[in-house]
Design a protein around this ligand. Structure first.
Ligand SMILES: NC(=O)c1ccc[n+]([C@@H]2O[C@H](COP(=O)([O-])OP(=O)(O)OC[C@H]3O[C@@H](n4cnc5c(N)ncnc54)[C@H](OP(=O)(O)O)[C@@H]3O)[C@@H](O)[C@H]2O)c1
Length: 278
């Protein structure tokens, strides 16, 4: 199988490039091709002629998206449409990475793949609109929604907490947003499994179990053997430019249909800390 990964230099992309074996894989960063450039995207896809395209490229800074909506929609919605049209042109299958932020967070039980989108931020809207457009261009494409991604080789929450915890006696972390942390390695393995299973439609892919950012931070500090105090605070006390859903736990049912079960996030965190030390 021939695979092309857009966003290969990102957190997930790096894990995909490391974990994927047995297939012919080509990884692209924004320096190789900007997804906003439809002609270039088409030329690259025509030349590679992949069986699968994994589209992990995105403008992922949620707060910056809020103040740069034109850029957010260009990269996160229009870019993916360019890739989907190129995929359609060569008959490639497409797996697109989307986000838990397409939901408003008003539910109190895990979001199923078919639940209504109601994004609250520019980033969430750009992803939600991309989903709708991609399903129009390529109805058989696979949309893999993930959340709270962490891993080595880039900025992520555990890395930020560990750096802050080593220099500060106490950390304030929000306790009123609940979601599912997801390790890039586990997400990459699940994506490889989904492509192998010729997946299509919307699938939720996160580590199992859920927590608040405060609970996540407390676990990180404990596992790292640090004595830094972690204090729960409200989102109001830690105001950020982009609103986040209060609850964005994603149900694993859509993924289990493909026979793929994800490890618990606490187990994933221990493996991440191990990988970070190596
Ligand atoms: N991080 C999370 O918590 C999270 C949560 C839910 C969903 N997701 C989604 O999961 C996917 C992977 O996220 P990630 O954290 O691995 O992202 P990331 O580390 O921020 O990496 C983004 C990737 O996209 C590329 N890129 C950015 N703008 C581009 C453009 N205009 N044209 C082509 N490539 C471009 C970057 O290339 P350069 O290195 O060359 O800039 C990089 O390879 C994304 O679709 C993201 O929206 C992430």
């Amino acid at each position: 199988m021939k695979v092309t990964v857009f966003g290969a230099s990102g957190l997930l992309g790096k894990a995909l490039m490391r974990e994927w074996s047995g297939d012919e894989i080509v990884g692209l960063s924004s320096r190789d091709v900007d997804v906003r450039d439809a002609d270039r995207v088409r030329a690259v896809v025509e030349s590679a002629r992949p069986d699968w395209i994994v589209l992990a490229a995105a403008y992922t800074n949620v707060d910056d998206c809020q103040s740069h909506p034109d850029l957010a929609f260009a990269v996160n919605r229009d870019g993916p449409v360019n890739v989907a049209q190129a995929a359609k042109h060569v008959g490639a299958k497409l797996l697109f990475l989307s986000s838990d932020y397409v939901f408003d967070g008003n539910k109190t039980s895990p979001y199923e793949a078919g639940d209504a989108r109601n994004p609250q931020s520019v980033y969430g809207r750009s992803k939600a609109e991309a989903e709708v457009r991609l399903l129009e261009v390529l109805p058989e494409c696979c949309i893999a929604r993930t959340s709270w991604l962490f891993g080595t080789g880039g900025k992520c929450f555990p890395d930020t907490i560990l750096k802050a915890a080593s220099s500060r006696p106490a950390l304030d972390v929000v306790n009123d947003q609940r979601g599912c942390p997801t390790y890039s390695v586990d997400l990459a393995r699940a994506i490889i499994g989904l492509c192998g299973n010729r997946a299509s439609g919307i699938v939720h892919v996160t580590n199992a179990g859920d927590c608040s950012w405060f609970e996540f931070a407390r676990e990180i500090v404990k596992d790292a053997g640090l004595s830094t105090e972690v204090r729960p605070v409200s989102s109001q006390q830690m105001a950020r430019p982009a609103p986040r859903p209060a609850y964005s736990v994603l149900s694993p049912k859509s993924l289990l249909q493909y026979g793929i079960a994800m490890p618990m996030w606490k187990d994933a965190l221990l493996r991440y800390l191990q990988e970070r030390q190596n």
